[in-house]
Design a binder for this molecule. Structure first.
Ligand code: ADP
Ligand code: MG
Length: 599
């Protein structure tokens, strides 16, 4: 006799239920998704004791006739796909035809349904996999499903159910996801006959989100995201910033793909990457997000997980690139707009200055000498000849004093010789002078590595650096392999006998790079970076920027502060230093008002 048997339909439904029906929320999910697929725009969910005592879902969708009502409980019976190709182009939430038979295998189910064409509704009753009745019933167009006695005859499953509160939270979280992604559907939830929410149909997801999360969502200042390019993938939604959203709604991490709540490591990674390099500062924590991806159904496979919470992408790099770039651009645009007011004002003040005017102004500020407006005075004060072009230029009418007084609408001040404070329209801005200058220098060095010219000075006495032995081997190799990069940034360097290297030229602005000790600490820093991160150019730029930037504790003149702010805003990523620390933060006047209990 054969040892292998084909299992009965009842038993195989029970096995399928093990995968599909994990807890009461699994039933809520399957029923609500059926209602959405049926085109309902009004869905009411009633649960008792976290769904353990009972679940009822009512919709006003297209309903079913008596014949379909019976068929719906057959295994693999579905109206949503027909051919093999359809599996790879799923447009509905359901398609496996497993949910209803699975639910019916582990509970008591009563389903009443009516189509618009029929005069009366039909009712079907199943009891733990056994069909009990099919009969006429009262009912409106649409479907009502009542579930009771969940896992009653399966104690092994029943004992895994958690407390009412835990099971209820699962249902609430799931329904919140659905209400966000389907804002045009009116959703109502009752728990133990108490109305929990009643969200009328709305035009946009944003409106729903505001309704669900209330003031917190507004206060957290979520950043809107839009696809950066049009393709077979559309990315929309909101991402959090590090200042408020991480504090107010840290756990809000919702990813929807074609209307489904999905967990996907690739997309999560692309989101996190979109925050680079900023994210490092926050220990890799990703701020909250609500992202909606709409992707050509042919490019995504939902048939991966029985509860359809996971996906496989046909073109992973398309998804990765789109999500990463869309998040990145949205974040940077937001940072930019935050400081727009200040930037405009600094630009307004500095932009009208022609190059020769700037020269005078900067020198004046450097020497601390009051400027005067005549040609001969200028020559005397600065001790060098000012460009002929400048003195002849008829359009330049303002004197350095005038320019200086114009700039006094902006009045930066330095705190503890480390932070620069400046007022803007909405409050107070604070710059970390070292981090800000690091960003400026970092980009400048990168530009040089990419071909921008550098002015160097030949050292009258080349610096011979006796490298300590722990550094020698690594640095000599680094110098040998990357001589060309060092030269591009203006540091002419070559290997020497034993443990030594020789520096012959440095960029003119790095005058203080004139001692062996200085270079040793620079090399140490560079070696540390090379150990941690790939990319010689970036590491070299970061290391030079770190060593050459203004330090905390250095006093700055007003002109130096203004120039630093201006230079910072001229960079590509003004808001973060190369290590991802913020260069500038904003303290809105409204926060101060709150602290002083004015509001
Ligand atoms: P699937 O959703 O994967 O097709 P189900 O077992 O969940 O499988 O449902 C089987 C079929 O029953 C569906 O394809 C659909 O035709 C029908 N059905 C289920 N629920 C509803 C509903 N609320 N309104 C209308 N039709 C429904
Ligand atoms: Mg279904």
């Amino acid at each position: 006799m054969s040892r292998i048997k084909v299992l009965s339909e009842q038993l195989s439904n029970k096995i399928a239920a093990g995968e599909v029906i994990e807890r009461p929320n699994s039933i809520v999910k399957e029923l609500v998704e059926n209602s959405i697929d049926a085109g309902a725009d009004n869905i009411e969910v009633r649960v008792m004791m976290g769904g353990k005592r009972g679940i009822t879902v009512t919709d006003n969708g297209h309903g079913m006739n008596a014949q379909d009502l019976i068929l719906a409980f057959e295994r693999h019976a579905t109206s949503k796909i027909t051919t093999e190709e359809d599996i790879f182009c799923v447009k509905s939430l359901g398609f496996r035809g497993e949910a209803l038979p699975s639910i019916a295998a582990v509970s008591r189910v009563e389903m009443i349904s009516k189509t618009a064409q029929e005069a009366t509704a039909n009712k079907i009753i199943f009891n733990f996999g056994t069909l009990k009745a099919v009969e006429k019933s009262a009912g409106n167009t649409g479907t009502t499903v009542k579930i009771s006695s969940l896992f009653l005859k399966i104690p092994a499953r029943r004992k895994f159910l958690k407390s009412t509160q835990v099971e209820y939270r699962h249902i609430l979280n799931y329904l919140h996801c659905q209400t966000i992604v389907h804002p045009h559907i009116h959703f109502t939830l009752y728990h133990n006959d108490r109305k929990i929410f009643d969200y009328p149909a709305m035009k946009s997801a944003e409106k729903r989100i505001n309704l669900i999360f209330g003031n917190k969502f507004k206060e957290a200042e979520f950043i809107p995201v839009n696809s950066f390019e049009s393709s077979s993938l559309c990315v929309k939604g909101f991402i959090g910033n590090f200042e408020k959203s991480l504090e107010l709604l840290p756990n809000l991490k919702y990813l929807f793909i074609n209307g489904r709540f999905i967990k996907n490591a690739l997309v999560y990674h692309a989101i996190a990457k979109g925050y680079e390099p900023i994210i490092k500062k926050f220990g890799g924590k990703v701020p909250p997000f609500i992202l909606f991806l709409q992707i050509d159904p042919k490019l995504v496979d939902f048939n991966v997980h029985p509860a359809k919470q996971e996906v496989r992408f046909v073109d992973t790099s398309l998804v990765y690139r789109n999500v990463h770039t869309s998040v990145n651009l949205a974040y940077l645009a937001w940072e930019k707009s935050k400081f727009l007011d200040l930037r405009e004002r600094v630009k307004e003040n500095l932009a009208p200055l022609g190059e020769p005017e700037k020269q005078i102004y900067y020198r004046m500020q450097k020497s601390g000498t009051p400027a005067v407006g005549t040609k001969s005075d200028q020559l005397d004060i600065f001790g060098e000849k000012v460009d002929e072009d400048f003195t002849e230029e008829p359009s330049i009418k303002r004197t350095a004093t005038q320019i200086s007084s114009e700039l006094s609408i902006i009045n930066p001040w330095q705190l503890h010789q480390s932070y620069i404070f400046i007022q803007d329209e909405h409050g107070l801005l604070a710059l970390d002078q070292h981090a800000a200058h690091e960003r400026v220098l970092y980009e400048q060095v990168l530009q040089r590595l990419n071909g921008a010219t550098v002015v160097t000075q030949k050292l009258a006495f080349p610096i011979v650096i006796d490298l300590p032995s722990y550094l020698a081997a690594g640095i000599q190799e680094t110098v040998r392999e990357n001589k060309e990069y060092f030269a591009k940034v203006g540091i002419f360097i070559k290997g020497f006998s034993g443990n030594s290297v020789v520096v012959q030229e440095v960029p003119t602005e790095l005058k203080e790079w004139n001692s062996a000790d200085f270079f040793i600490s620079f090399f140490e820093d560079l070696e540390q970076r090379l150990k941690k991160k790939n990319g010689f150019k970036e590491n070299l730029a970061a290391s030079i920027a770190c060593k050459a930037a203004i330090k905390a504790g250095e006093k700055l003149s007003r002109a130096q502060m203004l120039n630093l702010i201006n230079d910072l805003f001229a960079t590509q990523v003004p808001y973060f230093c190369p290590h991802g620390r913020p260069t500038i933060i904003k303290i809105p006047i409204s926060d101060l008002d709150k602290m002083f209990k004015r509001t």
